[in-house]
Structure formats: C-alpha cells, structure tokens
Design a protein around this ligand. Structure first.
Ligand code: GAL
Length: 347
C-alpha cells in the first residue's frame, strides 16, 4: 500500500522519495526532503482536479531555492530575534540566516533534512525526524513526527515532538496556496477570512514589537471575507515594511482546540478552503519575496503574490517575548498540534 517513487539524491548521497496519497476525492504528493507537500489536487467547480500548491519538479530546485515551498519548518518556525534567547539561565546562539535574525530553524532546518517514512498507506503518511541536541544551536534532543492524512476532502497535518531538555519548538507547514491553480498567477483576487481580532505588528526586520494590536479599522482586518489585494498596497506602515502581508494573527479561541482559523476562496476556480488549527497563531504571508519568473512545476513561472501562506504557528520570536503564548517544549510534555485543510466548491 502507498505509492513511492525516487525523487533524486542529495549532494550528501541521501535518496529522497516522493510519496503519493489519494483517497479518490483529493490527492497529494509529499517529499521526504523537508516532509514537503509538493502537490495537492482538489476538485474545482467543474469537477476537474486542480493542484493548489506551488512547488518544483526537481530536488535541485528544492535545495537551491529559498522560500520553503510546502516544507515543514522547524525547530522554530519563523524568526527569533538576532538568533538569541535565554533559557533556564543560559544564553543560546542560533544561526543568523535572514538579515539580522534566525529564520525557520536556521541554515539546515527541518525543511532541508531528509525525513524517514515510518508508515505509508494510500491515505496516510507518517514521517519522522531525529533532531540532535545542539542542532543549529538549539538545546535538547527532539524527535519529531508529522502525519499527513486524507479523509473526505480534508488534508490533516498532525505535528508531534518530544524532547529530553527544554527547547523552543514551533512546527508548521509552509504551503503556498493558489486556489485558482498553482500556475495561474496572481492571487490578489482570491478572498480570505481570518478568525482573528488582533495581530502582532513587527519592526522592519519582521520581529514582533511585543504588542498585540486590534485589526479593526486597519487594512489588516480580515474578519469579513475580503480580496487579498483590496488593501495590500494601502499606505499602512505594517504593509509597507513587509511589502505586503507577512504577519502573525492571533487565532480566536483556545489553543489546543481544533477550531476555525481561516476561509479562502477563488471565484475563478470555485475552490473554497477552510483551515482549522489547534495552534495559537497563523502567519499570513502573501509570497512577497518570491522572485518574478521563478520556474515552478511544469515549467510555469511564479512571482510575488502568486500565492498566500497560512502558517499555523506559535507567535514569531516567542522565546524573547514573555507576553506571548509559551512556545517551550519540555520533557514529558509532547508538542501536539493539528491543522486541517478542507476543500469544497462554491455553489
Ligand atoms: C515566511 C516569513 C516570510 C518569509 C517566508 C519565506 O514564513 O514570514 O518573512 O521569510 O517565510 O520566504
């Protein structure tokens, strides 16, 4: 059971596999490099299958291009200011790989490691990763397990991790969604609703200021379904800093409970995506840094704003932000978070 084909060999000689899951309604492909969601096919309003995530056809492109397309990122998703934090009276220094900051786990984060396949059926893949003590500067030996599962028209991603010493831990998937089809260009006509009353504004290096601000009365407000592009170029400092949306929103409701987070849709394809999560936050990122003309699957060209990411997460820089939800993983208290993407079509 379960379909696996070789996808290439890393410069270190590790073979990477491409796994296919298919339940007859939706299907997806997952790379063992970065436990990456390489493709996700869902029916459009006409019943045709549309691949709604950006990706590449070759291993070399995954290794050489930044952007983390579809990857599971960790040990700590998003940024840690200056790559520094203190924990239990000790100072830790991490790789600085994004301006002055640490981003998505460092130089060789989980997105760039080859994961093991622990279990594979037609509808479920369990991938595991061993993250040694000291990897990229983080304390503690962490064992990670990510499960992709298809059920009906839903893709569920379940993140689990255990540690033998206290460590910051924040796991997410960095899928770039384009609900008109991965190769269909600009997504600014696609509509988004976020179940968030507030967000965490950042400085010019995308590090949270430490405050939680209401979205009301600002172009950050997605409480009602709104086209992504409607206010993206508004003269609003937070949007100008990131060249678009690149912000953590505070998801309403209780962390640990699977609850509605976002709805997105394309009126062109008729595809609707509902996102539910147990995580406290979600990063809305409008692919601002994807270079114009970046070659994607099937030879198509990607560019800025050709996708949007909804990275369910703990808030960026939590290890340095005492007021944010606690993103510390401790021995005996596993990391256990779930995000579910459910697809339907407009009536
Ligand atoms: C996002 C992050 C962006 C950018 C992107 C990868 O999670 O918020 O600022 O770094 O990843 O290109």
């Amino acid at each position: 059971m379960g379909n696996t084909i070789p996808f290439g060999t890393t410069p270190q000689g590790r073979q990477v596999e491409l796994l296919t899951l298919d339940n007859g309604q939706i299907s997806c492909r997952i790379l063992t490099l970065g436990a990456t969601l390489q493709a996700l096919e869902v029916p459009d309003g006409q019943g045709r299958k549309v691949d709604v995530v950006l990706g590449y056809d070759t291993l070399t492109e995954y290794l050489e291009n930044d952007g983390y397309l579809g990857a599971v990122v960790g040990r700590y998703a998003n940024r840690i200011a200056a790559g520094r934090f203190s924990l239990n009276g000790r100072d830790y220094t991490l790789a600085v790989n994004n301006g002055p900051n640490h981003l998505h786990g460092g130089l060789v984060g989980y997105s760039h490691r080859v994961w093991q396949v622990a279990e594979l059926t037609d509808t479920q893949a369990v991938l595991t990763l061993d993250s040694p003590d000291g990897e990229e500067g983080y304390p503690g030996h962490v064992q990670v397990q990510v499960t992709y599962a298809l059920s009906g028209t839903s893709l569920t991603i379940h993140y689990q991790a255990v540690t033998d010493a206290d460590t910051p831990c924040n796991l997410t998937n960095h899928a770039y969604f384009n609900l008109s089809g991965h190769d269909s260009g600009n997504t600014m006509d696609q509509e988004l609703q976020l179940r968030a009353e507030s967000y965490t504004p950042t400085d010019e290096t995308s590090i949270p200021l430490g405050t939680v601000e209401p979205v009301e009365g600002t172009p950050m407000d997605f409480r009602a379904l709104t086209p992504l592009g409607e206010r993206i170029d508004a003269p609003f400092l937070q949007l100008q800093l990131g060249n678009g949306y690149d912000h953590n929103y505070v998801v309403q409701g209780d962390t640990g409970t699977l609850r509605p987070c976002a709805t997105a849709l394309s009126r062109r394809s008729g595809i609707v995506m509902e996102v539910e999560t147990t995580s406290p936050g979600v990063q809305l990122y409008t692919a601002n840094f994807v270079p114009q003309g970046r070659k994607g699957k099937g030879g198509c060209a990607y560019g800025p704003r050709h996708a949007f990411c909804l990275e369910t997460q703990f808030f960026p820089d939590s290890p340095n932000q005492p007021a944010f939800p606690d993103a510390l993983l401790r021995p005996g208290k596993p990391f256990d978070h779930t995000t579910r993407f459910t697809f339907s079509t407009l009536q």
